[in-house]
Design a protein around this ligand. Structure first.
Ligand code: SMG
Ligand code: MG
Length: 383
């Protein structure tokens, strides 16, 4: 992080929407995803007569169900607010990806839209400087343990068959999506299947209430790594109280939207473990700040996932190689969600691990032919 990157001039910006079917439906407490409608940002930048493209992936879902952002809204705010401001404040000068958050800071919210723009600029700068995301962000690992997130299943038999498949694929940690009615029994059955030693955790995506403390404490006997986001995102006090009632560590996801908010949640006792997602916090650079403050406070962190394509997953793998990422992340193989990825080399899980990309930028090239075949619309932004 300490080595500055060459500053660049903005040459062009293009927004692309792509439609990617999932290999199987993915059900959470807030809904079912069957395909992914994804917004990509392509930033062309110039430095010293060389021009290069960088790519950003916006992790907003189709509907505002995980967080207030959704993909049409993200595209709208980019086109009408964020990009005009970025263009106006960088015309005729060079700038750095680290300036993007400051330039866009007058606009409240929209972290996923902002993160995708910053990511595209950062990728382009790194490709020019021939440095990888991992190297730039401060990575120390060359491969990272791979966890898999398993959707809610109606029947326990189906759930066990799915989990067994992932165990056979070599994943080193299982995360089960849960909701009231699909929790204790499901966890008990999976713990029984995978044995006492395999790391296991659950994610409720805000499906419980403050009064569910005793119910959730029934999960303690299954020796899980953590319970992720049991309560609504704004309920920091509720999570702090739950952390006293339940032995399994409480991990926050949706609640953590900035470095300062994360520091507060930790101080209040609401966040014993942190899920870091660059999109949710406004970008990879803010994500590194959260990593650093968690390390300073002895709070373990792990890298979350938003059903990204290889573009987002590659950058996440670079981030997850930082030393504070002591727990396996939701960085599964491309094939977990997609039959074919839009990067030329799909993300692979080998011996339960994903190799940290080392080539410049994201570390992967875009499969343009396939990308074009899944593109549903393209917008060129006027500079
Ligand atoms: O990308 O592997 C993945 C999915 C990980 O469970 C996952 N993400 O709350 O952590 C979470 C969810 C959010 C997206 S659900 C569509
Ligand atoms: Mg989560």
């Amino acid at each position: 992080m300490n080595v500055p990157l060459p500053h660049v001039r903005l040459g062009a910006i293009e927004l692309r929407r792509i439609a990617m079917p999932l290999v199987s439906p993915f059900r959470t407490s807030f809904g079912v995803e069957r395909d992914r409608d994804i917004l990509l940002v392509r930033a062309t930048v110039d430095a010293d007569g060389t021009s290069v493209d960088g790519w950003g992936e916006c992790v907003a879902l189709a509907d505002p169900t995980y967080s207030p952002e959704y993909v049409d809204g993200a595209q709208h705010v980019m086109v009408h607010q964020l990009l005009p401001r970025l263009i106006a404040s960088t015309t005729g000068r060079t700038f750095d990806a680290a300036d993007v958050a400051t330039i866009l800071s007058p606009f409240h919210g929209h972290p996923m839209a902002k993160a995708a723009i910053e990511m595209a600029i950062l990728d382009a700068q790194l490709r020019l400087a021939e440095r990888s995301f991992a190297e730039h962000l401060g990575a120390t690992a060359t491969r990272i343990p791979s966890g898999v997130s398993v959707g809610i299943h109606d029947s326990i038999d189906d759930l066990l068959a799915t989990v067994q498949g992932y165990v056979d694929d070599g994943y080193v940690r299982i995360k089960l999506k849960i909701e009231p009615g699909s929790d204790i029994e499901h966890v008990a059955a999976v713990r029984d299947l995978i044995g006492p030693d395999m790391p296991l955790q659950v994610d409720a995506n805000t499906a419980y209430q403050r009064t569910d403390g005793r119910h959730l404490a029934a999960l303690d006997e299954f020796q899980m790594l953590l319970i992720e986001q049991p309560l609504p995102e704004a309920d920091i006090l509720g999570h702090a109280r739950l952390a006293d009632e339940v032995e399994t560590p409480i991990c926050l996801d949706e609640s953590l939207v900035s470095a300062s908010g994360t520091a507060d949640a930790i101080e209040l006792g609401a966040c014993e473990i942190a899920n870091i997602k660059p999109g949710r916090v406004g970008g990879y650079l803010e994500a590194v700040k959260i990593h650093d403050l968690c390390v300073a406070r002895d709070v373990p962190v792990w890298c979350g996932g938003m059903v990204e394509t290889g573009i987002g997953r590659a950058a996440n793998a670079g981030l997850a190689a930082l030393p504070g990422f002591t727990l396996p992340g939701d960085i599964s193989a491309s094939t977990r969600f997609y039959a074919r990825d839009i990067v030329t080399e799909p993300i692979m899980v080998i011996d339960g691990h994903v190799a940290v990309p080392t080539a410049p930028g994201l570390g992967f090239d875009i499969d343009h032919e396939f990308l074009d075949s899944v593109t549903t619309s393209t917008i060129a932004i006027d500079l």
